[in-house]
Ligand binder design. Structure first.
Ligand code: 3H9
Length: 647
């Protein structure tokens, strides 16, 4: 059966694309659209064509799976042009999302209508490419240069309402989409047709505009947004055909780039993450009401995240004062979302009304899942779980948010550990996407599946981690920090190491990040382990903490900080403290420094894979990207290392 079908409603031909899951434009779709344009052009009974899609969305873009292979004709830019040149006007009826090549096809249609909840956008830069089928050439002609720059360099889709305002669609349909689109087409036939987009004039902008836009695009840290801008700028100064040729060349060059390969790998890994093979066939338990024990930073963050996903939350604290603080934290998070325009005042009220608080564990009786987020102290955690055992329904899932305690020691406080698992959120939990899911040996399959389903519902990237100190992420972090200290011992300046990692694409280097988070937490862990007899050699961080340098909060850590200023300044006090540990070896350039550190990340990743703590290299990459700031356009340490080996 073909992915494209046509039926007739009077003089309107309704073309339906049905290419699950997201109607991506594959070779078959491209061929089919050209054939249909030819066929309908010759059909004297047809006055106009409505293009609609089956399933959850309009066309989500070119088929990304084809990007690793040589391009095969007919090419999408030619398909878009063919639709634009059709003798009968085509009307794109958009539901779900018209993204990338899907939006480009819509721009080839003479008209675009969308239902209220639809989105349109050019997300190509998020895949390391630029729009390759006229997105940077037609959009400025349709909506102006500024809107085109925003679309193509940010990659962010906009709502149907915003799309209407910026002129990229012609109408928002309130009722049934197809009916509305057919009525729109019939009405449009009563008027002269608008010019095809390619024939419309394009505005020019002055140098100041482009300079500002360039600075903005450069912030992303990788090539594609800058190239998208370059292509729009070219399009604003050249003929349509010249601009199309220019765009195509950049698109093809970037399509073959390392960054695009990395971003594609991340794209597919992220989508596969919530449904790993080991839970695919297991039905998760329904979760509608979540209990959270502990309303501190972590608990409140988890609560915000659950509320935003439409869950009811019961927050447990030891007294009313702590409960009020937890509630205020959640409120602050939502107030921030209102400020950023992400939430309305009414929306906040609705979310807050789904939050209740209590100091009595008995109020967790109706919860389907309870997440413990209390102090990292084994006896405290075990007490919490003994209470949960007493008060929760016997089929309720009980989870710990521990980041470094052994979950088995916590779960053994329960009568039935099959309902237990670790759900390791990252701070701030309402922002960070990573969720490490840590089953104990007794965890039931459907409990594990429920962890992944919850991750998906919360919009997180869930990754299964085995039990070891630090699970996947913090264990790798430890190795990373140790290697960074080794570099310091070899005589590399702390500021040079941080600068090299920023140059690689991290927002922060390892030392400035520690100053921000505080050096004392890891120090106390090491001290605790030493007290229990573990032989842990003294780290440079230990030396700093012992002399009172815990990071920004104590006015200095690896760097000095002036009062009220977070700018790290190299510290002569630190140089003095560490002088005896440092030998002056050869200096390294920034690439050599980042190579050493990323190799250390990948090396620990290899060990973790061998031990079975992580299930796949791409899981490790997701952990690093979503929990530790690894630049996604480098694909994660495992991908980066493999790419290195291939080149
Ligand atoms: C482009 O268009 C280039 C052109 O300018 C020029 C060309 C010459 N291709 O996200 P979901 C799969 S570049 C292939 O969970 P949702 C995905 O892997 C493209 N497959 O669904 C998953 O597969 P599986 C620009 C794709 O409902 C399944 O669909 N477009 C593609 O949460 C469901 O995905 C984009 O970047 C694709 N393009 O969200 C849009 N897209 O079931 C990317 C998805 O086997 N897509 N899949 O794991 C999206 O943003 C979301 O999928 C969408 C639906 C919002 C549409």
């Amino acid at each position: 059966m073909s992915v494209l079908s046509v039926r007739y409603q009077g003089e309107i031909a309704v073309v339906t694309l049905d290419n699950p899951p997201v109607n991506a434009v594959s070779e078959e779709v491209r061929k089919g659209l050209v054939a249909l344009a030819d066929q309908l052009d010759e059909d004297t009974g047809v006055a106009a064509v409505v293009l609609t899609c089956a399933g959850r969305t309009f066309i989500a873009g070119a088929d990304v799976r084809e990007f690793g292979k040589p391009p095969v004709g007919p090419h999408l830019p030619d398909v878009v042009t063919r639709l634009e040149q059709a003798k009968k006007p085509w009307v794109a009826a958009i539901h779900g999302a018209a993204l990338g090549g899907g939006f480009e096809i819509a721009m080839g249609c003479r008209f675009r209508v969308a239902d209220r909840s639809a989105k349109v956008g050019l997300p190509e830069v998020t895949l390391g490419i630029i729009p390759g089928a006229s997105g940077t050439v037609r959009t400025p002609r349709l909506a102006g240069v500024e809107a085109a720059v925003e679309f193509a360099t940010s990659g962010k889709p906009v709502s149907a309402h915003q799309a209407l305002q910026s002129g990229v669609i012609d109408k928002v349909i309130d009722g049934e989409l197809l009916e509305g689109a057919i009525a729109f087409a019939l009405e449009a036939l009563n008027h002269p047709l608008p010019q095809p987009v390619s024939a419309r004039p394009v505005e020019t902008r002055d140098e100041a505009f482009w300079e500002k836009a360039k600075k903005q695009a450069a912030r992303a840290g990788y090539q594609a947004p800058l190239s998208a801008l370059d292509s729009i700028r070219f399009a604003s100064r050249h003929s349509f055909d010249e601009a199309m040729a220019y765009e195509r060349q950049i698109f093809l060059d970037l399509r073959a780039s390392d960054e695009a390969a990395a971003l594609r790998a991340v794209f597919f890994a992220e989508r596969a993450a919530p449904r790993p093979a080991f839970v695919k066939d297991t039905k998760p338990r329904p979760v509608a009401r979540v209990g959270i024990v502990g309303g501190g930073t972590m608990g409140a963050g988890i609560a915000s995240s659950c509320l935003s996903a439409g869950l009811n939350v019961v927050l447990i604290e030891r007294d009313d004062e702590a409960l009020a603080r937890g509630r205020q934290s959640v409120e602050r998070t939502f107030a921030g979302a209102i400020k950023r325009g992400k939430l309305s005042e009414e929306g906040k009220e609705t979310l807050m009304s789904a939050l209740s608080g209590s100091t009595d564990y008995a109020d967790l009786g109706e919860c389907d899942l309870v997440i413990e987020a209390v102090f990292e102290e084994i006896s405290v955690k075990r007490d919490v779980f003994k209470n949960l055992d007493r008060h929760c329904r016997s089929d309720a899932i009980l989870a710990t948010n521990t980041s470094y305690l052994d979950p088995r020691e916590i779960s053994s406080a329960l009568k039935d550990s099959s309902r237990f698992l670790g759900l390791h959120f990252f701070s701030p939990a309402n922002v960070m996407k990573l969720l490490e899911i840590v089953p104990v040996p007794e965890t039931a399959d459907d409990v594990l599946a429920s962890g992944f389903a919850l991750g998906k519902q919360l919009g997180k990237v869930p990754v299964r981690a085995g039990i070891c100190e630090g699970f996947i992420g913090n264990r790798i972090l430890k190795r990373y920090r140790a290697e960074a200290e080794t570099l310091v011992r070899e005589g590399i300046a702390i500021a040079d190491i941080d600068a090299a990692m920023r140059g690689f694409g991290f927002k922060m280097g390892p030392f400035e990040a520690q100053d921000l988070g505080g050096l004392d937490i890891a120090f106390l862990q090491r001290e605790g382990a030493r007290a229990e007899g573990a032989e842990i050699p003294e780290t440079l961080g230990d030396i700093l903490v012992r002399s009172g340098r815990k990071g920004q909060k104590s006015g200095g850590g690896w760097y000095d900080y002036a009062d009220g200023d977070r700018t790290p300044r190299p510290s002569s006090a630190v140089s003095d403290l560490l002088a005896a540990q440092v030998t002056n070896g050869p200096q390294l350039d920034p690439e050599e420094i980042s190579e050493r550190l990323v190799r250390a990340l990948a090396a620990e990743g290899e060990v973790i894979l061998t031990e079975g703590v992580a299930h796949s290299a791409s899981d490790i990459d997701l952990v690093e990207i979503h929990g530790y700031g690894f630049p996604r356009w480098k694909g994660g340490p495992m991908f980066w290392k493999d790419q290195r080996l291939r080149s």
